[in-house]
Write a protein that binds this ligand. Structure first.
Ligand SMILES: Cc1cc2nc3c(=O)[nH]c(=O)nc-3n(C[C@H](O)[C@H](O)[C@H](O)COP(=O)(O)OP(=O)(O)OC[C@H]3O[C@@H](n4cnc5c(N)ncnc54)[C@H](O)[C@@H]3O)c2cc1C
Length: 474
């Protein structure tokens, strides 16, 4: 077991992986400035394990051997373990300027889900892979979302059979897979990719019911990195996104060989749904945990800018700040409650309560855009009409800016805060956060479906029967 350092993590990404970015093959992710930002951001997951301020939260100990390992890989056994995991995710995302790091979070979510739902030899393979990741302190992406083609059709009925990842050959030593996944976060800067089915499947979709893990440099695997945030960002103008970024990829499997010991599910459609859901139950809890710094940022920046603009005591501003607090603290309370209501299930693994987790995620996603409106309303139009970093750097222009953009606070403080709000809510990162809010970890309809499924109506129905006197006459 071990705790890799941030530099060891960076160095380990120099392998033969096939990366494409902006139409070019990228031989070295560390040498490409747009991509390097994301690597340095992700390295926070490693840095916290060596920082005395966070070691208590970020480092776990094997009770038998006493060996230390990253707490991201600590299997939750009770509510307190889930609360600690949530705090760790919130803390690292806070250090990451509201952007989740994800390189250990998402992979461990998938492994906990698989360990909870699989049995026998399949579970043994997952456990061996889990030990490999924990002991090697690896970063692991999860490719669940297929490109999906025509959404009204199941995988086997698509015009092109490769629109969902599927098994094309079973051999004595393993399987061969083909197809593509998309939106795969952190795959470009991970060591391993866990592949999971994206939905429940019927017998006709058996070839598509497949789950496995491969190293990112596996032959036949190609990653096409999204162009989002593709330029050098000035630190004055983009205080957050100049330092923090996550990469998504189109993840193409062109006849990739996977040895049996890395295959967790093969042509078992009845397990596709449970496996997909088991991951999602952990991952939505991770999601709401990593949303918390963003929510604090919305409340905090809105509150500060109203003071700097001299409007903090106005009645309508207090009302808007109150709405933001209601939103942020509701999500926080539901996140904690999801851990408190945890269920310890198969193999002694505690999973967050699905009803409360989905309530938290649904609340976050459906009220996010309204919250942006409140923050932007409080901040004023300078969010999009203010000066850039080059203006601020020129002493002649700066003198003018300092004179005319001063309000209740000096111009510099006000402009730095406005640029932070702008970065968060109006520019590339703002748009990214807004789409992330709605779609990542499943779209809003998926959350509603889970809320309906997880809700146990017995108590409410019994009470309705009692009120209506339905049982009195039996
Ligand atoms: C920033 C970001 C990061 C992500 N990271 C990951 C990751 O690391 N790994 C991963 O596997 N996935 C990841 N995702 C994918 C995420 O889970 C999906 O975006 C989400 O599940 C929605 O899928 P989609 O984007 O294909 O949209 P679509 O499925 O096309 O959804 C668009 C709309 O169509 C509706 N819809 C879709 N299908 C149907 C249907 N059959 N009937 C009726 N309505 C339908 C949806 O409800 C939605 O309203 C990420 C997404 C984002 C935005």
């Amino acid at each position: 077991m071990g705790l890799a350092t941030a530099d060891e993590y960076r160095g380990s990404l120099r392998d033969g992986r096939t990366l494409w970015y902006q139409g070019r093959r990228i031989p070295d992710i560390l040498a490409e400035p747009d991509l390097r930002v994301a690597v340095d951001h992700a390295a926070l997951d490693y840095a916290v394990g060596h920082d005395p301020r966070y070691r208590d939260l970020a480092v776990a100990k094997d009770p038998a051997s006493g060996a230390e390992f990253s707490a991201f890989y600590a299997i939750p056994r009770c509510s307190d373990d889930l609360l600690c995991r949530s705090r760790l995710i919130e803390t690292v995302t806070g250090l990451g300027g509201t952007m989740v790091t994800l390189v250990k979070e998402i992979g461990s979510d998938a492994l906990f889900g698989l360990l909870r739902v699989l049995e026998g030899e399949q579970r043994e393979r997952v456990f061996a892979f889990y030990e490999h990741c924990r002991d090697g302190d690896l970063s692991v992406a999860v490719a669940q979302t297929d490109v999906k083609g025509d959404r009204s059709l199941p995988p086997h009925a698509q015009a092109d059979p490769d629109l969902y990842v599927h098994v094309v050959e079973e051999r004595s030593d393993g399987i061969v897979v083909r197809g593509a996944k998309c939106h795969t976060s952190i795959a470009a800067n991970a060591h391993e990719i866990v592949v999971l089915p994206t939905r429940a499947m019927g017998a006709d979709d058996a070839d598509y019911a497949v789950a496995f893990a491969v190293p990112v440099d596996t032959p036949g695997l190609s990653l096409y990195v999204s162009a989002y945030g593709a330029r050098e960002h000035d630190a004055f103008e983009f205080p957050i996104s100049s330092k923090h970024k996550m990469l998504e990829t189109l993840t193409v499997f062109d006849d990739v060989f996977v040895p049996w010991e890395r295959v967790f599910l093969c042509r078992e459609p009845e397990l596709a749904g449970p496996v997909a859901l088991a991951f999602v139950e952990f991952h939505r809890f991770t999601a709401v945990s990593y949303k918390l710094p963003l929510l604090d940022a919305l409340v905090g920046t809105a509150s500060l800018i109203t003071e700097m603009n001299g409007v903090s005591t106005a009645g309508h501003i207090r009302e808007k700040l109150t709405q933001l607090v209601v939103y942020a603290e509701t999500v926080r309370a539901l996140t904690e409650m999801a851990a408190i209501r945890a269920e310890v299930g198969q193999h002694g693994i505690a999973s967050p309560d699905p009803l409360t987790t989905n309530l938290a995620k649904y609340t976050f996603a459906t009220r996010y855009h309204a919250a942006l409106e409140l923050v932007q309303d409080c901040a004023g139009g300078l969010l999009v009409t203010g000066p850039g970093g080059a203006d601020w750097a020129n002493p002649e222009v700066r003198t003018v800016l300092e004179k005319f953009y001063a309000a209740k606070a000096p111009a510099e403080d006000r402009l730095r805060l406005l640029n932070t709000i702008s970065d968060l809510t109006t520019r590339d990162l703002g748009g990214y956060h807004a789409v992330l809010a709605v779609h990542a970890e499943g779209s809003i309809e998926a959350e509603k479906m889970q809320i309906f499924r997880a809700y146990e109506p017995g108590r409410a129905v019994a009470y309705a029967r009692q009120l209506a006197g339905l049982d009195d006459h039996i």
